[in-house]
Design a protein around this ligand. Structure first.
Ligand SMILES: Cc1ncc(COP(=O)(O)O)c(C=O)c1O
Length: 365
């Protein structure tokens, strides 16, 4: 089969020094995974599930939730998630990507307006692209720009943001954003992917920490990061849940998560609220890194995602290479994933990283 037509764009990637490759784990010190609390590394879910010797969970769900793929444990887990996150209802999706795609592609209609933070994750953007509503971005965390967009919006208005931004590690001014939404009658959608398990006394996320649950139209919590599993839940009203069951195509036309995955999510939610020491250790590492002096520009971040800007794909790859040669698994984020000139090291901190390991990163930088 001739596939030469693929070469043009692949060559472009090579020329930009931005060619993506799949790498296998190399046993270096983890400064790149999303396992913020160490739930995966320490096998906490496996240990807890092993205690349930009387139960076995199926590894196939055999269909979409609307056909053979619905079962008691998934509905029970949705109720547990809604209770924990102080929502009326929840609907589990196979991934955060699926949740965002499903929600944004089906809720806003033609004539409506979606206003989203410029740094919103690809899954939010892809959902927005699939929607028939008009959409505008506002400058990252910029309330004045958001308000300008709100003033010009028509139809039902949706404002989309992340609570913790995946590529900058900073947090959204959610209280102020929710005030603006209230003032302009807009519906607030918050993606809590990187806040789940990490932000709040019990890892409940930023919305709950700020007491804003009643101000949100929808929240997305994903399970592939600090929760140490896979999948996501969309939280909102019972009516929103019914709507998604009827119209969210990534929910309807996909085989549901099997019992084994949902049992793991259930287990993780029994575990992570109590991981106070892990969250405290993370905070110590975060402050140490934020206070460290260095030559490179460092973004302000109160979360495990720490960013050091090293402009240019070549230079940032070189620095990441040097850190990796020293046994520290720090990854470079290249253009076009981030804007040209904003290439960066994305240093992800974990409760299991030692202060000595972090000092090695700082020293090398
Ligand atoms: C902000 C944000 N939302 C959604 C997702 C997608 O979640 P998942 O990995 O579960 O598909 C990610 C993943 O990187 C993310 O960073």
């Amino acid at each position: 089969m001739n596939d030469d037509f693929l070469l043009k764009k692949l060559n472009e990637r090579q020329e930009q020094n931005a060619f993506r490759r799949l790498l296998l784990p190399t046993g270096k010190i983890d400064f790149c995974s999303n396992d913020y609390l160490g739930i995966v590394r320490n096998g906490l879910i496996e240990k807890k599930l092993a205690e349930q010797t009387h139960t076995t969970y199926r590894h196939g769900s055999t269909g979409s939730r609307l056909l053979a793929g619905n079962y008691a444990l998934v509905e029970e887990t949705e109720k547990m998630l809604a209770t924990f996150h102080e929502a009326e209802a929840g609907l589990i999706f196979n991934s955060g990507y699926d949740a965002n795609l499903g929600l944004l592609s089906c809720v806003p209609q033609r004539g409506d307006t979606i206003i989203y933070d410029y740094l919103s994750h690809a899954s939010l953007r892809d959902g927005i692209r699939l929607s028939f509503a008009q959409s505008f971005s506002f400058r990252h965390n910029n309330l004045a720009d958001l308000e300008k967009r709100l003033q010009a919006a028509t139809g039902t208005i949706f404002v989309v943001t992340e609570s913790v931004f995946s590529m900058d590690g900073d947090t959204a001014p959610l209280r102020e954003i929710s005030d603006l939404c209230e003032q302009y009658g807009a519906h607030l959608i918050v993606d809590e992917a990187h806040a789940t398990g990490v932000v709040g006394e019990k890892g409940e996320g930023l919305v709950q920490q700020l007491n804003l649950t009643a101000k949100c139209f929808a929240r997305i919590h994903t399970f592939g990061k600090a929760v140490g599993c896979h999948g996501a839940v969309i939280l909102g009203s019972e009516r929103l849940r019914n709507y998604l069951v009827n119209f969210a195509r990534s929910f309807i036309y996909s085989t549901s998560l099997p019992e084994a995955s949902v049992a793991a999510i259930h287990c993780a939610y029994e575990l992570f609220p109590a991981l106070h020491a892990e969250r405290a250790q993370l905070q110590q590492l975060i402050s140490t890194f934020q206070q460290a002096k260095g030559t490179w520009e460092k973004l302000v971040s109160d979360t495990p995602i720490q960013i050091v800007i090293i402009p240019g794909n070549d230079p940032v790859k070189k620095v990441a290479g040097a850190l990796q040669a020293a046994g520290l698994d720090v990854r470079a984020i290249l253009y076009p994933t981030v804007p040209a000139g904003k290439e960066r090291l994305r240093i992800v901190l974990h409760a299991f990283n030692s202060m000595t390991d972090l000092q090695s990163v700082i020293k090398l930088l």
